[in-house]
Every structure is written in structure tokens, then in C-alpha cells.
Design a protein around this ligand. Structure first.
Ligand SMILES: CC(C)(COP(=O)(O)OP(=O)(O)OC[C@H]1O[C@@H](n2cnc3c(N)ncnc32)[C@H](O)[C@@H]1OP(=O)(O)O)[C@@H](O)C(=O)NCCC(=O)NCCS
Length: 331
């Protein structure tokens, strides 16, 4: 299937945006000896998109602009271990144990981010999502205004008339299996921010359902309505509406007829699914049947970007996630 025009346009625009940044984002890669990571990191820095920091002893063709760190030789190791100790001491952990934990490249990368020595990390080429998540949770930590960690995909579709020129954020296909209304509201608020930073447009957030504005009466639709109320109360500045069916959210004529007066219907660029099942299935359908280019998931809700790769990822996947991580780190 042909790569959507929106994907080329999106990545061209975003790479140009990163190249213009005076202060490049420093992205730590814990699996720094993995040839896929080395290839992606070398490309990110030779194209002047970010400053990659590889953990370990990378071999082979490593671009000279890549930074290499060995946790065991790093003079800040004890300071990093101390951050971890302060965070975990209430759980009865010893300083010795935190030093040992900090030597783990995934944890070390998270501590570099937590201490401000890196702007984000991209891990998971060799670890499970749960391992990457736990490392991010204990090092980078959650934001105070968002209590729920979630995942978001950036989707570049052939439907140029939808979203931001065919580009949309879809959440959460990854972490929250069955969010409560308050958790769904957290996901919506976090995803709106991702749309702003990573897609680079003003978020227009649709909380999706099988029902549009009361067309069906069901507790599952009520959950979405409740989530919308919470978002409106917490963030009156956001364009948000729901419950909306996907066609009402995306297609102007359908939005006008099913949800007249809505400022979101027909122009949504940020789709919030009611649970991980529908989100995961939705993303895979647009990818496999619709030929969309889907990148992510990016984690959301952490203090700073901390992202997870699939273990089967390619160098191209890592390169793209590196770009999105640099964008997620903001201006
Ligand atoms: C994300 C996930 C991997 C975390 O699992 P885990 O690592 O076993 O998590 P734990 O239960 O050990 O929790 C670790 C910490 O993270 C916290 N946490 C877990 N999920 C969280 C979330 N979504 N938001 C905020 N905090 C969360 C826990 O409260 C715990 O905090 P504590 O250490 O302060 O007590 C788990 O939620 C999960 O498996 N989700 C579904 C993944 C999945 O199957 N996706 C499908 C397609 S990819």
C-alpha cells in the first residue's frame, strides 16, 4: 500500500521544525548497543534532529555526533542513585540497592531524564512494556496534574480532509484497559497536549462512543459523557465534545447532522476511545485496512517524555519515535 501523503508532509514539517531548534533535545537510548538503535540514533544526529545519548559500548558505524554514556563510569551515578533512593526510601529500599538499580541502563536513562541531563528517553527495544513503564514510573515520575499514564498513537492517514491534513492522535490503545470517567478525562487532557506538541496544531478533542449526543442510552455512553464533563470542568480552554461516533467526529457533513452546534464534530484531530480494546482495534484497522502510518505509542502523563518501543521494532520505527519524543519534549 502507498505511504499516505500526510505522512510525508507531517514528517517533513516536523523534521524541519526540529532542525530549526537552537537547543536540540537530548534523547537517551538505554539499548545503546543494539544495531537498530545505533542506526536510528546516528541518523537522528546527522540530520540534526536531536542529540542521541547511547548507553553502553556501541560498536560499528556510530556517527561521531552521538553521545555515549557508560552508567558504571559516569561521575553522576551516585547522584542519580540518590534521586532514586529519595523517591523509594519510604518503601524500605537501601542506598546500596538503588545504586545497583541505577546501573540498569533503562533506569539510568530515566534518571538522566529526571535530573535534566536528558530531555526524554526511548527504551523498550529489548524490554517488555511493563519493564519500560516501571522504569519510567520510578524515575521520571507522574505529573501532578495527570494521575493516569496512557499511550497515544500518531496516525497519518490517506484521508487528508480529516484531522490535521490527515494526521490524528488516537488514545489509548496501550495502557489503560478500562478507564473510569476520571481516567478517561486524564487521557483526553494529556492527548490534547500531545496533539499540540507533537502534531503542532490546536487540539480538537472528540470523546468517541457508539452513540452521538444521546442517540443511544447505555452506561458505556454515560461513561464518556461523564468524562467530557470532567474535562470541561478541568480545562475550559480546550475544544472538547462527546459522546460522538467516529463519523460525526471526523466528517463535517455527518457532524453537522448528528451533532449540530458542536465545535468539535466534523473537525476532530484528537480521538479518545472509551477503552483500550476499541482504541487498539481502531488503530490496527486504520493501519492494516486503511494504509495509515501509525507511530507510537508515546507514553503520556509522565513528567517528561519516556517512551516504549516494541521489541520487534525496526531502525526506522526507532528513528520515528526519536523524532516524536523530541517533539513531545516541547519547544
Ligand atoms: C502499564 C502496565 C504495564 C503497568 O503494569 P505494571 O508494571 O505491572 O504496574 P504495577 O502494577 O507494577 O505498577 C507500577 C507502578 O505504576 C503505577 N501505575 C500502573 N499503571 C499506571 C497508570 N496507568 N497510570 C498511573 N500509574 C500507574 C502503579 O500504581 C504502581 O505505582 P507504585 O509503584 O507507586 O505503587 C499495566 O497497566 C498493563 O499491563 N496495562 C495493559 C497493557 C496491555 O496489555 N496493553 C495492550 C496492548 S499493548
Amino acid at each position: 500500500m502507498q505511504v499516505p501523503e500526510s505522512a510525508r508532509a507531517y514528517f517533513d514539517k516536523q523534521t524541519a521544525r526540529l532542525q530549526r531548534q537552537m537547543k536540540k533535545k537530548r534523547i537517551a537510548f538505554p539499548e545503546g548497543e543494539d544495531p537498530r538503535v545505533i542506526a536510528a540514533a546516528s541518523r537522528l544526529c546527522t540530520e540534526e534532529l536531536a542529540i542521541p545519548i547511547l548507553m553502553g559500548r556501541p560498536q560499528g558505524q556510530v556517527a561521531s555526533c552521538v553521545v555515549v554514556e557508560q552508567p558504571e563510569n559516569n561521575p553522576k551515578l551516585n547522584d542519580y542513585a540518590r534521586i532514586l533512593f529519595d523517591r523509594r526510601r519510604s518503601r524500605g529500599i537501601t542506598e546500596m540497592e538503588t545504586r545497583k538499580m541505577a546501573l540498569n541502563p533503562l533506569v539510568f536513562a530515566g534518571l538522566m531524564v529526571a535530573s535534566g541531563e536528558a530531555d526524554g528517553f526511548v527504551g523498550g527495544a529489548a524490554t517488555t512494556t511493563a519493564e519500560t513503564f516501571r522504569a519510567a514510573h520510578m524515575t521520571v515520575g507522574m505529573r501532578t496534574d495527570i494521575k493516569t499514564a496512557s499511550g497515544v498513537m500518531i496516525i497519518c492517514t490517506h484521508a487528508l480532509e480529516c484531522g490535521a491534513g490527515g494526521v490524528l492522535a488516537m488514545a489509548d490503545p496501550a495502557l489503560m484497559i478500562d478507564p473510569t470517567p476520571a481516567q478517561l478525562a486524564d487521557i483526553a487532557i494529556a492527548t490534547a497536549e500531545t496533539t499540540r506538541n507533537v502534531i503542532g496544531v490546536e487540539p480538537v478533542v472528540a470523546l468517541l462512543s457508539f452513540s452521538t449526543k444521546g442517540s443511544a442510552k447505555h452506561p458505556l455512553a454515560n461513561k464518556v459523557i461523564e468524562a467530557r464533563r470532567i474535562v470541561e470542568a478541568r480545562r475550559p480552554d480546550l475544544h472538547v465534545d462527546g459522546e460522538l461516533q467516529a463519523d460525526a467526529a471526523l466528517v463535517e457533513a455527518v457532524g453537522r447532522s448528528k451533532a449540530p452546534g458542536s465545535t468539535v464534530a466534523g473537525r476532530a484531530n484528537t480521538l479518545i476511545f472509551p477503552d483500550a480494546g476499541s482504541a487498539n482495534i481502531g488503530v490496527k484497522l486504520v493501519e492494516r485496512l486503511g494504509g495509515a502510518v501509525c507511530t507510537g505509542p508515546l507514553f503520556q502523563g509522565f513528567n517528561k517524555p519516556a517512551n516504549d518501543l516494541s521489541r520487534g521494532c525496526t531502525a526506522e520505527d526507532i528513528y520515528r519515535l526519536g523524532i516524536l519524543t523530541a517533539l513531545q519534549a516541547g519547544e
